[in-house]
Design a protein around this ligand. Structure first.
Ligand code: AMP
Ligand code: TRP
Length: 345
């Protein structure tokens, strides 16, 4: 994790991050988020991880599927090494402070800031008139998620950097408007070889749970055969692997497979190239498939085990929500007080 800068140093280090329970967790979610979250916890810093069900409903979610996806994501967090005794794990809607602070931030954030958000443009598509108001206000809720706990560091994938920057703008404007240093300026933490895992069908597109082609992604629930088949069929070019990273320039698909290999093996793309230089993809792909299966197999098995006991998952989420609420409540009270709202009970 990066060092806290002067803007956050008055605040104790606290890590917050969230993932939407929208189903189909991918290798991108695993390498870009879940695995890193567990590693951060292991450094001993205070960690709060949230399943952001309120963000999920900014686009339509079938209620039964939302419940299932929430438990599935909780199981994935646990299977990836998250320890509910050391980290706080909960679903967002169980802590009302997120919605409460989000309203205040809706009144701090400016329309001009929202209009610059690339994720809204991507998700709303051409028919933005028909997008929900929640989808537009999404980044203000995300700012509330982070600042409700005075979090200082936010591990995310590359695609979320703009939202964390908006969170900093919200904190700065709130502090400026009310004339005090109440909210920290949280740092996005984007590191590792796999901050942007790309589609297996198109090296210029992010691997995504919403891609219509299942062959474009590896799901955390895929079995060994499916993983091997998807890697075997992954798009590549006819050239063998080059002898240095420079040789991967303009070879987006090849670069992506090397990055995935490096991330799974916990090494650097340079080291992978050094080891596999000159190999054709007919040799590299089976090696990558073996590595992916060896790595993901035990996680999938643990996930299935956790999902066999949904009551236990719900208990963990409830206990996490209680702990989260205990941290959030005094920060929210103080926020209302700063804004000038009466709290008389
Ligand atoms: P999402 O699935 O978009 O809700 O993302 C949840 C988390 O996974 C965020 O921290 C993302 O940045 C991360 N993430 C999602 N897709 C990828 C990807 N293809 N590569 C790296 N990180 C990703
Ligand atoms: N917007 C994030 C995503 O789609 C999820 C998210 C919501 C989040 N609130 C957050 C991430 C707070 C980090 C911190 O991936």
């Amino acid at each position: 994790m990066t060092e806290a800068t002067s803007s956050t140093s008055a605040f104790a280090p606290r890590v917050f991050s969230g993932i939407q329970p929208s189903g189909n967790l991918t290798l991108g979610n695993y390498l870009g988020a879940l695995r890193r979250f567990a590693k951060v916890q292991d450094t001993g810093v205070e960690t709060i991880y949230c399943i952001v069900d309120m963000h999920a409903i900014t686009v339509w979610q079938d209620p039964g599927k939302l419940t299932r996806a929430t438990r599935e994501l909780a199981a994935a967090y646990l299977a990836c090494g998250l320890d509910p005794a050391r980290s706080i794990l909960f679903n967002q809607s169980q802590v009302p402070g997120h919605a409460q602070l989000a309203w205040i931030f809706n009144c701090v954030a400016r329309l001009g800031w929202m209009n610059r958000m690339t994720q809204f443009k991507d998700k709303a598509g051409k028919n933005s008139e028909n997008a929900s108001l929640g989808l537009y206000a999404y980044p203000a809720l995300m700012a509330a998620d982070i600042l409700l706990y005075h979090a200082t560091h936010v591990p995310v994938g590359e695609d979320q950097k703009q939202h964390v920057e908006l969170t900093r703008d919200v904190a700065a404007k709130f502090n400026h408007d009310f004339g005090l240093e109440f909210f920290p300026s949280p740092e996005p933490v984007i590191e590792g070889a796999a901050t942007r895992v790309m589609s297996l069908r198109d090296g210029t597109k992010k691997m995504s749970k919403s891609d219509p082609s299942d062959m474009s992604r590896i799901n955390l629930t895929d079995d060994a055969d499916a993983i091997a088949q998807k890697i075997r069929k992954a798009r590549t070019d006819p050239e063998p692997l080059p002898s240095d990273l420079e040789g991967l320039k303009d070879r987006a698909e090849a670069r992506n497979l090397v990055n995935i290999y490096a991330a799974l093996a916990d090494t650097t793309p340079e080291a992978v190239i050094a080891e596999h230089a000159g190999q054709p993809f007919s040799a590299f792909k089976p090696a990558l498939a073996d590595l992916a299966v060896a790595h993901l197999g035990p996680i999938t098995a643990r996930m299935t085990e956790y999902l066999g006991d949904p009551a236990e998952i719900d208990r963990i989420l409830g206990a996490g929500a209680d702990r989260a609420h205990a941290i959030a409540a005094p920060i929210l009270d103080r926020t209302y007080d700063i804004v000038g709202m009466i709290r008389s009970r």
